[in-house]
Design a protein around this ligand. Sequence first.
Ligand SMILES: *[C@@H]1O[C@H](CO)[C@@H](O)[C@H](O)[C@H]1NC(C)=O
Ligand SMILES: *[C@@H]1O[C@H](CO)[C@@H](O)[C@H](O)[C@H]1NC(C)=O
Ligand SMILES: *[C@@H]1O[C@H](CO)[C@@H](O)[C@H](O)[C@H]1NC(C)=O
Ligand SMILES: *[C@@H]1O[C@H](CO)[C@@H](O)[C@H](O)[C@H]1NC(C)=O
Ligand SMILES: *[C@@H]1O[C@H](CO)[C@@H](O)[C@H](O)[C@H]1NC(C)=O
Ligand SMILES: *[C@@H]1O[C@H](CO)[C@@H](O)[C@H](O)[C@H]1NC(C)=O
Ligand SMILES: *[C@@H]1O[C@H](CO)[C@@H](O)[C@H](O)[C@H]1NC(C)=O
Ligand SMILES: *[C@@H]1O[C@H](CO)[C@@H](O)[C@H](O)[C@H]1NC(C)=O
Ligand SMILES: *[C@@H]1O[C@H](CO)[C@@H](O)[C@H](O)[C@H]1NC(C)=O
Ligand SMILES: *[C@@H]1O[C@H](CO)[C@@H](O)[C@H](O)[C@H]1NC(C)=O
Ligand SMILES: *[C@@H]1O[C@H](CO)[C@@H](O)[C@H](O)[C@H]1NC(C)=O
Ligand SMILES: [Ca+2]
Length: 547
Amino acid sequence: MRPTSALLPLGLAGSTYAAAIKSTSASCSDLWNVAPKLLSNLEVYVAQDYAAGTNFSTPYATPAYPQAVPDMPAFCRFGAYIHTSNSSKVQFEVFLPTADDWSGRFAVVGNGGDAGGVNFPDMWAPLKTYNMAVASTDTGHNGTSGDGTFALNGPETQLDFGYRAVHLTTVYSKAIVKAYYGQAQKKSYWLGCSSGGKQGLKETQMFPEDFDGVVAGAAAQWWTHLNAQTYRVNAIVNNVNSTGYLNTTDYQLIGDLVYKQCDEQDGVKDGIITNPSACQPDLQQLSCDSPGANSTSCLNAEQIVTMYRIWSDYHKETTGDFVFPGFMHGAEGLQGFSVNGSPYGPGPDFFEYQVLNKTEVGSFSANATEMDRLIDIADATDPGMTNAINPNISSFLKHGKLLTYVGLSDGLIPTGSSIWYYEQVRKALGYPADLNDSYRLFTMPGMGHCRGGPGAFNFGGPGQRQLSLGGGSTSATFDAKHDMVLAIIDWVEKGVAPDMIIGAKYVGDDMRNGTAFERPHCVYPKQATYIGGDVNSASSFRCENIA
Ligand SMILES: *[C@@H]1O[C@H](CO)[C@@H](O)[C@H](O)[C@H]1NC(C)=O
Ligand SMILES: *[C@@H]1O[C@H](CO)[C@@H](O)[C@H](O)[C@H]1NC(C)=O
Ligand SMILES: *[C@@H]1O[C@H](CO)[C@@H](O)[C@H](O)[C@H]1NC(C)=O
Ligand SMILES: *[C@@H]1O[C@H](CO)[C@@H](O)[C@H](O)[C@H]1NC(C)=O
Ligand SMILES: *[C@@H]1O[C@H](CO)[C@@H](O)[C@H](O)[C@H]1NC(C)=O
Ligand SMILES: *[C@@H]1O[C@H](CO)[C@@H](O)[C@H](O)[C@H]1NC(C)=O
Ligand SMILES: *[C@@H]1O[C@H](CO)[C@@H](O)[C@H](O)[C@H]1NC(C)=O
Ligand SMILES: *[C@@H]1O[C@H](CO)[C@@H](O)[C@H](O)[C@H]1NC(C)=O
Ligand SMILES: *[C@@H]1O[C@H](CO)[C@@H](O)[C@H](O)[C@H]1NC(C)=O
Ligand SMILES: *[C@@H]1O[C@H](CO)[C@@H](O)[C@H](O)[C@H]1NC(C)=O
Ligand SMILES: *[C@@H]1O[C@H](CO)[C@@H](O)[C@H](O)[C@H]1NC(C)=O
Ligand SMILES: [Ca+2]
């Protein structure tokens, strides 16, 4: 189902768009009255100027994104609801730099997990650092990232979450941009990770004209299968009641051994495994039965089996069909590894409220055979149209650039998911030799889910933080070689494609403490290869194809 024309801005529904928009600019407070004349089903709740230096907070923030946002530049804030049906509405906000500051660019930032809330913290960097007009949506509901109860009895709200909130936010916000500045944006960018990566890919698949450049990290695009994997790996494979259950102490033990066996395979002993697939850990020496075992820190046979199953791909119990990739070697030893026996909410909640269609809050439970059946239903019904796995993105790639990235130690969404989608696209488009003119996947060794881990995960991607908050994800050097947002801008606007993105590891993961080391992140399937010299310097590595 596509939004009806009644849900599109009045001007865009007809041919009168240009005439409908005044060529003169509106003041921020004018937008109260101007916007509803341009856009249908709109309920404005704020149109207000803020002074530079504002520490921004608002009751319109939800528990998903409650943080105050310090260090704002001067901006105009526009916030409204779009009524998407009788039973659903979408909240969105647009932050607009002053006309003097505006770069002419427009961006939309994504959300995480099941999050329902305008992502105010992530709007900061596009506004302040890149002088973009920037928008964000609550995805159609108010709730935290781990809470899927929004879907209860809400078919329209499910569609908002699946695609409609982001698309309408994009279209409506562009109209606000045009009304405020008296001219349209030059280029539009998507910036998101995790669910935000999924949202970006969905846009390239369904609404290829919405964006010129899409940055999509650690994308949760295969929503039906990812949720199955989240549930199964926690509740079935690493069941808390089984003798094979692994807790964080066990993962520490396993991780220590894996790093001992595999860290130096890439020529540098630095706590980073550059090629986790080449790492083939042997856990036998951790067995309580092995000679010389440490009886206070050893694993039973079932626990060893559990770990190998977590690393292995998920195949259906009944048919053996591939469902989802397993986790990468090395992810288990890092903070943020999610397989603790308690599945992250979006997994079970998806099956309870969107596949089984339960009408009251309950707790989901299924065995492996039942999961096979539910996956089939999920694939057939694609609740809320949330899957973002259409591999034919040729319409987008004709004019746009798609920059994706993933941590090779992602502990929440197995890394292979991003590689799987890349390969699906290649196959669907017939393995074009020039695919990397418009679509590139960067793999990032030692990085967890979207950020974090022992790797060089600060590269100016989505989700950057103020220096006063530690500067997380901010690039060490503000140029297109080190900064992913500048890289996508150069790619879109100058045709200069990024061959590598140099990330930084900050001392104590705090930018104020300085840089510990820098590393290039390479275009898949290339990998950063040590060629000699200072291991802390990016120039000691080259991007090469590894056999
Ligand atoms: C911003 O406001 C929040 C609470 O609203 C406060 O905790 C924080 O310290 C403030 N930050 C600055 C830089 O003033
Ligand atoms: C979101 O829901 C919380 C309750 O969980 C409520 O306190 C808050 O006011 C709501 N916020 C918005 C913006 O609707
Ligand atoms: C929902 O809105 C449509 C018009 O869009 C109207 O025809 C219908 O009666 C409404 N249904 C309810 C239950 O209000
Ligand atoms: C573990 O066992 C307890 C007690 O029998 C039960 O209540 C719980 O649901 C079980 N947990 C899982 C994940 O199977
Ligand atoms: C993990 O389990 C072991 C063995 O039961 C126990 O000694 C250890 O304290 C547990 N660790 C955690 C973090 O619960
Ligand atoms: C056995 O493991 C315990 C707990 O990890 C550790 O404190 C102890 O040093 C180990 N013993 C040997 C001989 O390695
Ligand atoms: C849940 O609802 C959807 C949409 O109405 C339907 O297609 C699907 O078959 C239902 N699932 C079950 C298990 O009945
Ligand atoms: C798995 O669950 C289904 C549905 O609840 C049930 O019919 C079946 O007997 C269960 N299989 C096993 C092996 O427990
Ligand atoms: C991909 O989509 C485009 C535009 O919808 C269509 O023209 C083309 O035939 C499709 N390509 C493949 C391989 O399906
Ligand atoms: C892009 O693809 C071409 C052909 O497949 C390959 O030769 C080239 O090395 C790739 N560029 C990068 C940066 O990976
Ligand atoms: C890093 O900086 C923070 C705050 O500036 C400080 O609290 C912390 O101790 C520093 N960590 C290291 C490892 O230097
Ligand atoms: Ca290494």
